[in-house]
Design a protein around this ligand. Sequence first.
Ligand code: C2E
Ligand code: MG
Ligand code: MG
Ligand code: MG
Length: 276
Amino acid sequence: KAKNNGGNKYEFYHTELTDKIVQRREMESELREAIRSGQLAVVYQPRLNMKLAKVTAVEALVRWNHPVRGLVMPDQFISLAEETGLIKEITDWVIERACFDMQSCFDQMKVSVNISALEFSDRGLTERITRILEKTGFASHRLEIEITENALVKNPDDALKTMRELHKLGINFHVDDFGTGYASFGYLSNFPFNGLKLDKSFILAMHESDNALKIVENLISLGKAYSLVITAEGVETLQQKEQLQKFNCDVLQGYLIGQPIQITQLTETYQEHVLA
Ligand code: C2E
Ligand code: MG
Ligand code: MG
Ligand code: MG
């Protein structure tokens, strides 16, 4: 009897595992097809410059319009893309789309793109980005790159080399989701960062305790002491905005400022801000 149960258990896990593998393979080939047939899209979320009281930059965020499953968010496919190597094509596509859109719709608006940790150990990244800038005619100082701390902890030597090359081209870097990883200000100062984005968990915690409030205030002033441009992510309430303004936060991003939107909508909403 025990043997039978064991057998069944094995069967069960075996089937479950096989299902997972099959599912992932399916999704991989669907993602491959998605890139080829234009199912990917980019939306842009405004970044509000507090000093100028103007939206002077946006963040490009990828979306997958799946023919059956509908809108698929990046958290559901970026890690698969990384594991399968498809991330390279996605990164190139997103950067080219973003550069093209900004170049054709705005005179000065900057755009940041998210680049996976993994990609920074690919020494071909600089060349790929250079080619996209040439192809689209987009000025390198209007392109910014967001990387999470973990990218730097995993492979610091390659990351630093690639970052230096890109920085030389005129591209600025921001630490994304700052505070969720393991990097300290001291460690980060080894890399050519222009700014850091405080993770939304800090902003969310602000109303919960005076302690959390103090932490945000101190992170902002410490970051500024390192000459970094400080962006707050996930700003959803007026209270948070006013608080961050008191703390001298440089840039605000979040649903209160604006949702991620398509380029046509972005142009309608912000064109005059840039020309003003
Ligand atoms: P992220 O770079 O930290 O982007 C910010 C995420 O927070 C976005 O989610 C955005 O829609 C969301 N968000 C913005 N404002 C608010 C707010 O006020 N409240 C809350 N709760 N959330 C807000 P999204 O678009 O789902 O992207 C998730 C993550 O996927 C991004 O986090 C980024 O790490 C990654 N990602 C997005 N696009 C790309 C891409 O083209 N390439 C790569 N490698 N990763 C990407
Ligand atoms: Mg980001
Ligand atoms: Mg972030
Ligand atoms: Mg994130």
